[in-house]
Write a protein that binds this ligand. Structure first.
Ligand code: C5P
Length: 299
């Protein structure tokens, strides 16, 4: 018997970052939107805990207990007095080290899959609590849709979305480390007054209305200058997408994936094709939003 869970990538339509806290984390106002690019996590009973991974960038995915999927299985088993003896297989489609919460998605996916396999029937509250312990973006991977994340991003308030948004994502040739991007944010902000992060009301209104022009005018990412500083070539990718007709272009989370909002599916296909042939990225994909959170596909 095995259980497969499908879990979405995310883009941050707003990522407002405060000053570094004493614990090294940063307070955020983080507007998450789940997008239709998915990893699939399959768990099968085994003699001991092990992980395998296939798909683009799979060779960069750690297959030991530092992988959030392994940690999810270990934490759930520990809390319920179970043996975490499962084979976790990850079929990756979310870019690895790409700023789209692929590792977080695998953590949330493995948690939901193990809960179903083992019949632990953990409450939603307990699952969210374990997700927050695993990482700042993991709770959102569980719930999907759209949400405002505060604190270090893990405290979620669900947001209304009034329509489908058509996105294009350009995958970069290499990855970026999230802690390195936050460190660069701190370096660039040295000596400056960094305001408390707050959600943008025009952005929340644009999401609620399903209005792509209004959303395009309101998106922002405080980590973008840091990501561009570490990966200057991303400026060419952003320019190529804008030139091809995207309503707006931004770095996704800590990058280096770049995100392009378009008016409709037809425009998204055009922008993706232009990006693929631009020579400024590894590949480009279209994806609608919002997408559902971690979903059990079959048992
Ligand atoms: O929570 P998570 O383990 O995913 O965070 C990865 C890294 O990103 C942290 O170690 C920290 O360097 C940075 N981070 C941060 N502030 C946040 C979230 C993440 O500085 N709110």
């Amino acid at each position: 018997m095995s259980v497969t869970v499908r879990v979405p990538a995310k883009v941050n339509v707003q990522l407002a970052v405060g000053a570094a806290r004493p614990d090294g984390y940063h307070d955020l106002a983080n507007v998450f939107l789940a997008v239709g690019l998915y990893d699939e996590v399959t768990v099968t009973p085994a003699d001991e805990l092990r992980i395998t991974c296939e798909g683009p960038g799979a060779e960069q995915v750690p297959l030991d207990r530092t992988n959030l999927a392994a940690r999810a299985a270990l934490v759930l088993a520990d809390r319920h007095g179970l043996d975490p003896a499962v084979h976790i297989h990850i079929a990756k489609d979310i870019p690895v080290a790409g700023g789209m919460a692929g590792g977080s998605a695998d953590g949330a996916g493995a948690l939901v899959a193990c809960d179903a396999l083992w019949g632990t029937r953990a409450s939603r509250e307990e699952l969210l609590d374990i997700c927050a312990e695993l990482g700042s973006d993991v709770p959102f991977s569980l719930v999907g849709g759209a949400a405002l994340g505060t604190g270090r991003g893990e405290k979620l308030t669900a947001l209304e979305v009034g329509g489908t948004f058509h996105w294009v994502f350009a995958m970069a040739a290499r990855g970026l480390s999230t802690p390195a991007v936050f460190r660069e944010f701190d370096r660039l902000g040295e000596g400056r007054d960094i305001p408390e992060p707050a959600a943008s009301q025009p952005l929340l209104d644009a999401l609620a209305k399903g209005d792509p022009d209004a959303l395009a005018a309101a998106v922002s990412n405080d980590l973008q200058p840091a990501a561009l500083s570490l990966y200057p070539e991303l400026a060419d990718t952003l320019a190529a997408g804008r030139a091809a007709g995207a309503l707006t272009a931004l770095v996704s989370g800590s990058g280096p994936t770049t995100a392009f909002l378009t008016r409709d599916a037809e425009s998204a296909a055009k922008v993706a094709e232009a990006l693929r042939t631009s020579g400024t990225c590894r590949t480009a994909r279209t994806a609608p939003a919002p997408a559902p959170g971690a979903t059990v596909l079959g048992a």
